[in-house]
Design a protein around this ligand. Sequence first.
Ligand code: M6R
Length: 609
Amino acid sequence: MCGIVGYIGKDNAKDVIVDGLKRLEYRGYDSAGIALIVDGEIFTYKKQGKIRNIEVELRRVPVYSNVGIGHTRWATHGKPNDVNAHPHLDCTKKIALVHNGIVENYAELRRELTEKGHTFTSQTDTEVIVHLIEEELKHSSDFFTAFLSAVKRLQGSYAIAVITLHQPDTVFVARKDSPLVIGLGEGENFVASDVPAFLSYTNRVIFLDDFEIATVTSSQVSVFDLNGERVGKQTVTIPWSLSLAEKAGYKHFMLKEINEQPRAVADTISGNLSWLRKETELEGIDLNSFNRIQIVACGTSYHAGLIAKFYLENIAKIPTEVDYASEYRYRDPIVDEKTLVISITQSGETADTLAAMRLAKKERAKLLTICNVIGSTATREADTVIYTYAGPEISVASTKAFTTQLTALFLFTLYLSRERGTLSSEEVERYLRELMELPSKLETFLNLEKEEGVVRKIALEFYRAKDALYLGRHVNYPIALEGALKLKEISYIHAEGYPAGEMKHGPIALIDENVPVVVVATKGKVLEKVISNIEEVKARKGRVIAVTNPSVKKVGELADFILQVPEVDEYLSPVVNVVPLQLFAYYIADFLGYDVDQPRNLAKSVTVE
Ligand code: M6R
């Protein structure tokens, strides 16, 4: 986690960096700081709190500089306070450094450097890096060599940006296991943890790979490996526009991103149609090379994986397991060259998911990733990539990433089913037509909600609840999990998702008139069963909020509150059914006055294990 930004060029670095940090705040937000080279000295300003709390002061600081670095922090080592905020300086105050990641050997390095006379001011692991560079400089011919030697001694994960009075016209960067991207401008260059930080200036980027370092001046970017040898890099043009990374009049990014789902789903279909229609190849996948699938993912992406299991087993007829990526490598999975491992990840940088992918690769499995971020680590390590076209997802609570992941996974299922003969071409086309109708159905639902505010009114009724139960079955059981996750992560209300039929084996004890029970009860093979489960809740005086279709009269009669969603094919119903639950969580968090986009203790991209 943590976001880093660096700038060198013709503008006032301070303003560019503060803007960039605001766009990266989703990565961490407990403290922030900047360092600039001003009149032959390093000027730093750092403080506990969110960027927006310190932005006014930062803007007021009367300094001008063409080179600088900045950081927004998600604390790992050392409390979130002013001292532990980055940038960190060496003893001579000639080197300033920001870091995202964890230095695993920081304790021994700190001991060694302290013995050599270095003084530490913070409790962070990061501070050792800047002192290490200072130490290496004593034995090196130039700063680059010292930087290289220091980086080589680091264990763990890092994205680092450094400025120094020893070479004031250069920003030095390095990467291992934490994202770092360089933005290419005209007479100016940028470095950042993620593209939106500089998207208003350039969409031409170079992604740094692990064990690479780079020197960035206003006119040149040079990339090297850890032997100091030059590395040729590709320039990538990112097709995102800045408007996608801005709120566009919405109160929060989450609300904007929920409302973007019709466009995001439509783009994900059209962006992937060419390989489905065989106009292009889905490269890297030999469909005859595997006889089972394992899905690895975390959080919301894991819930998409649980739904994909139904797709892949029921439609494509391939045995499929789904694992939390954080558990996968510790359960000694049976994985070999006959296994296709699908990682699902919005960011492409989730440490647990990457670790699971690496384990699978070691065992010679083929890797497919479903990912939203072009050039992210997952996309570079996988054999095959299917992109979701959600555009940048800024809110920590994942919404449009989820529905586009389901769309991409469904498309892949259709492809696989046709190639393996479990669906005819006609059946594939029929499913495809159903899929293509989703954007307009989502649009209809969202427009109606804007006019009538049904979800909002129900949220107003329940926002003081202390607990909530979410029930679903079959493909909509993961939607119950996802609804509960959304509610707890942004409103801090305890919520549990359960398979509705499992309720009687325990959670039924929780039910009384104070616990809202959200039930997904749309048309499908288990609807009658779900209706019986609603009866069981009602018999215990539970208050039921049902997500259902207008034609399902019985649920309308039984439930206390109804969230009506358009009717779609059962397999696609999760894409539609999740939307009212996203909105329900959103409104509750907003009514409670919480910071919806940046919930406490969380960060968008979890780059530590
Ligand atoms: O970027 P990823 O999809 O790999 O992220 C996985 C989870 O960290 C993420 O889905 C998380 O659970 C969200 N905050 C949920 O809204």
